[in-house]
Design a protein around this ligand. Structure first.
Ligand SMILES: Nc1nc2c(c(=O)[nH]1)N(C=O)[C@@H](CNc1ccc(C(=O)N[C@@H](CCC(=O)O)C(=O)O)cc1)CN2
Ligand SMILES: Nc1nc2c(ncn2[C@@H]2O[C@H](COP(=O)(O)OP(=O)(O)OP(=O)(O)O)[C@@H](O)[C@H]2O)c(=O)[nH]1
Ligand SMILES: [K+]
Length: 457
């Protein structure tokens, strides 16, 4: 049996309440050594599962903290083991003293992610669900949260399991036919298998294709704002962030040194590229050339090109328009509150990207911008009900490997190869998919995945 582990599961900073979590066979012994109820008579070991108890933590005769203790008994717990949680006062010193007392009385300190790792090893979660736990913690917006919650509830596990059961059926069929050719005929079977393989390939193709959306949902759309000096880039950024964080001046080239900025637009996150860099692009466009701006633009998923509609287009504008070619971009036709020196038609004649009239000053046009981003990136809508998103690079890689194996099966069928060729590649597809849900993965990989988790998770 694994040793009983303990850790502070809440943030180690001053807060109202802090939680020390204990998991393992000896959890009840550990808590009974250090817990005293108000009257001092209660035997916490006899407490029913999923009950809460008021009392004190004692380190020997020294009173450590006033607490609530949660008793949860195996196997109906997060880890699948006996679990005790001590809700203590959320002072950093107090939490550490409670933890120290727990450790002195029979538990060892948990490694990062060890609770969730145990949940996985005890079959409470598959690997995709365990990984989703971390994604839930890291979700930066509602879509990311929806996505990881659906994975936590088993959406990836379900679709992968379905594909695998289809594959294993055919592996078994081929194997038994080869073992027993007198009773099981493979006449006409390759054609049938080809159909199955193509359907499964399509499913996998589709899942792989969700990964780019998945990445953007999870990490945000990498966005760069371009525009000539004084076009209104900072003003737009301020409006989008909803905070006056960027410094707006009428002096061209006011710089800031923020490295990354996340903007939440109703479930879509824009990850603004290095805004100091964006700031510089105008100088670069002006003085040094477009090298730096091009570099920023090249890496971006989305370019927001701010046009000052109150001044005629100039050399900078034409340079920027060239950078938009082949990219996802939206033209923000800014300063609509002023008399126009250039029309939206003028711009539409020059670029094929959507043009949205906005006024950073009067705060108009943001709704249209949001809608346009949704259209460009998520075909207008993000739904999670019937759509499984692959958000994990490891899952994508495994799917890609599995797809390659199915392509080999397809080729073997076309080339009229013997049936055992089919089953070898079907098997490797099956195994690749197994990596996603954590079936027959090595200890090293499991350790690597969980080591990235937070302490106490
Ligand atoms: N205090 C606390 N809050 C927490 C967690 C935790 O471990 N402790 N969680 C940790 O990530 C999340 C909740 N996840 C959990 C998942 C399963 C079980 C659990 O005990 N499941 C049993 C019992 C269900 C029941 O009684 O209906 C089961 O599934 O059998 C508990 C928490 C978020 N909040
Ligand atoms: N009337 C009007 N003025 C605007 C609008 N947007 C920005 N401005 C003004 O235009 C000037 C430049 O705005 P900024 O947001 O600093 O422009 P920028 O593109 O970031 O300029 P740099 O600092 O050179 O990078 C400021 O005086 C803003 O108040 C708008 O929609 N309408
Ligand atoms: K400016």
């Amino acid at each position: 049996m694994e040793k009983t582990i303990a850790a502070i599961s809440t943030a180690v900073s001053v807060s109202g309440i802090g939680i020390v979590r204990i998991s393992g066979e000896e959890s009840m012994d550990v808590i009974s050594r250090i817990y005293r109820s108000k009257g001092g008579k209660k035997d916490i070991r006899k407490a029913a599962s999923h009950t809460i108890h008021y009392g004190y933590i004692y380190d020997g005769e020294e009173l450590v903290d006033e607490v609530l203790v949660m008793i949860m008994k195996a196997p109906r717990t997060f880890t699948g083991e006996d679990t005790v949680e001590i809700d203590c006062h959320g002072g950093v010193y107090a939490m550490n003293r409670v933890l120290e007392t727990v450790l002195k009385n029979g538990a060892k300190i948990a490694e990062p992610g060890e609770f969730t790792k145990r949940a996985f090893l005890n079959g409470r979660l598959d690997l995709s669900q365990a990984e989703a736990v971390m994604d839930v913690i890291q979700a930066k917006n509602q879509s990311a949260l929806n996505c990881s919650m659906s994975q936590l509830k088993g959406s990836v596990k379900k679709v992968i399991t379905q594909i695998r059961s289809e594959l294993i059926y055919h592996i078994a069929y081929i194997e038994s036919a080869l073992d027993d050719p007198e009773h099981i005929s493979l006449d006409g079977y390759p054609e049938q298998l080809l159909k199955v393989v193509k359907i499964q390939e399509k499913k996998m193709d589709h899942l792989i294709a969700t990964a780019s959306d998945g990445k953007m949902i999870r990490e945000g759309i990498r966005t760069v704002i371009l525009g000539k000096p004084n076009a209104g880039k900072s003003s737009m950024l301020n409006l989008l962030t909803g905070e006056n964080r960027a410094i707006v001046t009428d002096i061209a080239g006011t710089t800031r040194d923020v490295l990354e900025e996340y903007i939440n637009l109703h479930g879509i996150t824009l990850k603004m590229a290095d805004t100091a860099g964006i700031r510089q692009t105008e100088d670069v466009v002006e003085k040094i050339g477009v090298g730096k701006a091009k570099e920023l633009a090249k890496d971006a998923d989305l370019i927001l090109y701010v046009v000052d509609s109150s001044t005629p287009l100039d050399e900078n504008d034409h340079e920027i328009m060239k950078m938009l070619e082949g990219k996802k971009a939206i033209v923000l036709y800014n300063k609509t509150d002023l008399d126009p020196a250039v029309t939206t038609e003028d711009i539409r004649a020059l670029v094929s990207h959507p043009v949205i009239p906005v006024s950073a000053k009067e705060e108009t046009g943001i709704g249209e911008l949001e809608e346009q981003i949704r259209k460009l990136f998520f075909q207008g809508e993000i739904t999670f009900n019937d759509q499984v998103y692959i958000t994990n690079a490891r899952h994508k890689e495994a799917l890609t490997d599995a797809l390659a194996s199915l392509k080999m099966v397809e080729q073997s069928i076309i080339d009229d190869m013997p049936e055992d060729f089919f089953s070898i590649d079907l098997m490797s597809a099956y195994e690749s998919l197994g990596r996603i849900i954590g079936e027959s993965v090595g200890e090293d990989l499991v350790n690597e995945i969980f080591s990235k988790f937070c302490m106490g998770k």
